[in-house]
Design a protein around this ligand. Structure first.
Ligand code: HEC
Ligand code: HEC
Length: 308
């Protein structure tokens, strides 16, 4: 998307959206559902030691393992070594970190991203395709429909969501929409925020740190990161996630401006191609990137998007 429209869209996106009825107008991010009736307190999922015995509990335990060490459970279907819990913090429990207990009761839902009603299985396949970059995996794609790992993940999500109302937006769902920055986001200022507040864990080069094949600190860009189709490549999504959750252990410590700037900086780095580009070719930008992102922009002489 071109930068000027991106900035305008960014300003427009900061307006609080009016609540929509349940069969909401198509949106490419989260459906705007009416709030849960029981007030604003975030839901508390069951304790980690409350997983029941028996075959269902076993599936929940396997799903939890797949959520927190995804490569160990689903390695052949991932082109990187990220885990679900790298972006859905605290094993998918943390409010404002797209927690799984808030997601479960929202599906099936229409998604503009693929223009149809998505089941939870579809949604999880999307995570493998984009966030876990399945195109570069050993098998070249996400787990097959109905496979054990998809069932186990759903058992875990369902268990976390015990007692939540279906079809209601729970407080803490998704990543918070961050208010517009005082000044347009700036890659140069973002680089400085990155060096001062992020590089200590994610590395000067943004490639994180690995131990025994697992990401101790996940990479934020480059060949082992999420691809150009993943939700986190959107500057507004990343800014909301970062302000609410990063630096790890110091949530809310960045100013609104710093969060936008560092998200813009990360959004201006190369990452694996959008898998939809294989089919959509040169039309990928217009068709799939009409939102707040830097796909197709030229930064430092490098054209972002296809191939990096
Ligand atoms: C690189 C970061 C990243 C990784 C890794 C990741 N996700 Fe996500 N996930 C996102 C983003 C971004 C969204 C969209 C949130 C938004 O738009 O506010 C999302 C949304 C979701 C949703 C829908 C949430 C809702 O409330 O509707 C589910 C379910 C989900 N992810 C599950 C998973 C699972 C399971 C895995 C691992 C197999 C995974 N994700 C891996 C970033 C990630
Ligand atoms: C103290 C170490 C630490 C610092 C400092 C830190 N992070 Fe993180 N970050 C993490 C860890 C660990 C995760 C994965 C979370 C998990 O698995 O629990 C993460 C996850 C992320 C993710 C999502 C996963 C991915 O691969 O994209 C983003 C984006 C991110 N951090 C951005 C930032 C930014 C921007 C800063 C600086 C403002 C920052 N982080 C500072 C440790 C840190």
């Amino acid at each position: 998307m071109r930068l000027l429209p991106a900035l305008l869209a960014l300003a427009a996106c900061s307006e609080p959206a009016p609540p929509a009825p349940v069969p909401a107008a198509p949106q490419d991010h989260l459906l705007d559902l009416p709030p849960a009736p029981d007030g604003p307190a975030a839901f508390t999922p069951p304790g980690r030691d409350e997983i029941p015995e028996g075959p269902f509990g076993d599936a929940v335990r396997r799903g939890r393992a797949a959520f927190t060490d995804t490569a160990a459970q689903a390695g052949p279907y991932m082109g990187n070594t990220l885990s679900c819990s790298n972006c859905h913090l605290d094993e998918g429990r943390r409010p404002d970190s797209a927690p799984m207990w808030a997601a479960w009761g929202q599906y099936p839902a229409f998604r503009k991203k693929n223009d149809r009603v998505n089941t939870m299985e579809d949604r999880l396949l999307g995570c493998f395709t984009y966030s876990l970059n399945a195109q570069d995996s050993e098998t070249g794609g996400p787990p097959p429909r109905g496979s054990q790992v998809l069932t186990d993940l759903q058992a875990y999500l369902f268990w976390l969501a015990q007692g939540t109302p279906t079809g209601r937006a729970l407080p803490g769902r998704g990543y918070p929409a961050l208010e517009a920055p005082p000044q347009p986001p700036d890659v140069g200022r973002g680089q400085q925020v990155f060096a001062e507040r992020c590089a200590v864990c994610h590395g000067e080069d943004g490639q994180g740190a690995q131990a025994e094949g697992q990401d101790v600190f996940p990479p934020l860009w480059g060949p082992r990161s999420f691809n150009w189709g993943a939700g986190m490549h959107r500057v507004n999504t990343a800014a909301g996630f970062i302000q609410a959750n990063m630096p790890l252990g110091q949530p809310g410590s960045l100013t609104v401006q710093q969060a936008w700037d560092v998200a813009q900086f990360i959004g201006a780095q190369p990452r694996p191609a959008d898998p939809r580009a294989a089919e959509a070719g040169a039309g990928t930008d217009a068709r799939f990137h009409d939102h707040d992102c830097l796909y197709g922009e030229t930064v430092d002489g490098h054209r972002l998007g296809e191939g990096g």
